[in-house]
Design a protein around this ligand. Structure first.
Ligand SMILES: NC(=O)c1ccc[n+]([C@@H]2O[C@H](COP(=O)([O-])OP(=O)(O)OC[C@H]3O[C@@H](n4cnc5c(N)ncnc54)[C@H](OP(=O)(O)O)[C@@H]3O)[C@@H](O)[C@H]2O)c1
Length: 352
């Protein structure tokens, strides 16, 4: 490795965020890339995967002991748990274990990037202040994102490397088998509606149909993450990152229906977790009938996340101008993004 080559460790390499970040780094070149996850993956070119359980500090230390030339750590791992309080211990432990394994042995370390989200603003708890700003005060714990940031801020004191935190809205992009994947939720729900010969109904709370919200394209997020991590003036700060436009489901839903060649019917609040629980046989039949890539139902059904997002009967957006003022001017058209991601799922034969 030359002194100019940057070496990135992507923590959470199979995730919707980590996977898309890896694709971006491969595309732009100039990076050696190490992906960390429990499942691992196929190494090729400048990308190498390491299978490691980051909940196990000893496993992390042993498997990462050779990573002495790392320049950037991009943290986007996630352990799902049923309550906000239960999210804290595993998600803090994974960050601590990976950083404590690499930071002391990597003298060329320049930056640690932390993936957060609007949970920092209490967006998951109820109607939070909009637009949320990076300077907003913290809310009542437990909040794993804040604990993770506190850990990094404290560790960075007196060090030459810097940290940053990226705060996306709901992230839209390609991924399978992850608990927070709204694009798959909508695509599979719409495909099943079509298979059953019924129109597309918004399944969320009545107020959610008309609230203002925004999304973050996974590719845009990857570009922003690398921009912040490689821009010294962005060090030791947090940045919101969103597509740059707002929408309401009431306007987007008919466009989504059109993509799937479906009629729209009035919204009907229902729990996807409940009503989609018995649909595995239907999914398996669809896979066979439409000759789809054989994807297990569990890998395309993040129904609990759908219920969560479609339950937001309040405005859901943050101010994205801090990152623009820092020099990142990229944006994404949210309608175009949804159609592109659905078309990608179709091209990959995940949906009919
Ligand atoms: N998805 C969204 O819409 C969204 C929106 C805003 C913010 N965020 C935030 O972004 C962060 C990442 O979320 P995500 O949705 O990208 O997560 P994700 O798709 O579930 O990915 C999590 C990654 O972590 C890895 N992982 C989990 N446990 C591990 C362990 N014990 N050891 C090693 N690797 C482990 C997983 O791979 P293995 O299973 O193979 O281990 C996977 O690669 C989270 O903090 C989340 O709150 C997400």
């Amino acid at each position: 490795m030359t002194q100019e080559t940057k070496k990135a460790v992507i923590v959470g390499a199979n995730g919707i965020i980590g996977g898309n970040l890896i694709r971006h780094l491969v595309e732009i070149g100039g990076w050696e890339i190490i992906g960390l996850s429990r499942r691992g993956g196929a190494s090729e070119g400048k990308l190498r995967h390491i299978a490691v359980d980051l909940l196990d500090a000893a496993d992390a230390k042993a498997k990462l002991a050779h990573l002495t030339d790392v320049t950037h750590i991009f943290y986007a791992a996630y352990q799902d748990r049923p309550t906000w309080a239960e999210l804290v211990p595993p998600n803090l432990a994974m960050l601590v274990n990976v950083v404590e394994a690499i930071e002391p042995i990597a003298p060329r370390l320049e930056h640690i990037s932390l993936m957060q989200g609007y949970k920092v603003y209490g967006a998951h708890l109820g109607p939070f202040k909009t637009p949320a700003r990076e300077s907003d005060a913290n809310h009542m714990p437990p909040e794993f994102n804040i604990d993770q940031q506190d850990f990094l801020e404290a560790l960075q004191k007196g060090k030459s490397w810097t940290w940053s935190a990226l705060r996306p809205s709901v992230v839209i992009g390609y991924a399978l088998g992850n608990p927070m994947n709204l694009a798959s939720v909508i695509a599979v729900y719409a495909s099943m509606s079509k298979e059953l010969g019924i129109p597309l109904r918004f399944p969320g709370k009545p107020g959610a149909y008309h609230s203002l919200l925004e999304m973050t394209d996974a590719g845009l997020l990857a570009r922003a993450t690398v921009f912040v991590a490689t821009n010294p003036s962005c060090g030791n700060q947090a940045y919101n990152i969103n597509n740059g436009d707002l929408f309401r489901w009431s306007e987007m839903w008919p466009k989504i229906a059109r993509f799937f060649d479906l009629e729209v019917a009035p919204p009907l609040p229902m729990s996807l977790n409940v009503v989609m629980a018995d649909k595995e046989p239907l999914w398996n039949a669809m896979v066979k009938k439409h000759r789809l890539a054989p994807t297990p139902y569990a890998d395309v059904s993040a129904w609990g996340f759908g219920d969560f997002v479609f339950g937001w009967d309040y405005d859901f957006f943050a101010d994205g101008t801090k990152l623009r003022r820092a020099g990142f001017h990229d944006y994404v058209d949210t309608q175009e993004m949804f159609m592109r991601v659905f078309a990608d799922l179709r091209a990959r034969k995940i949906i009919p």
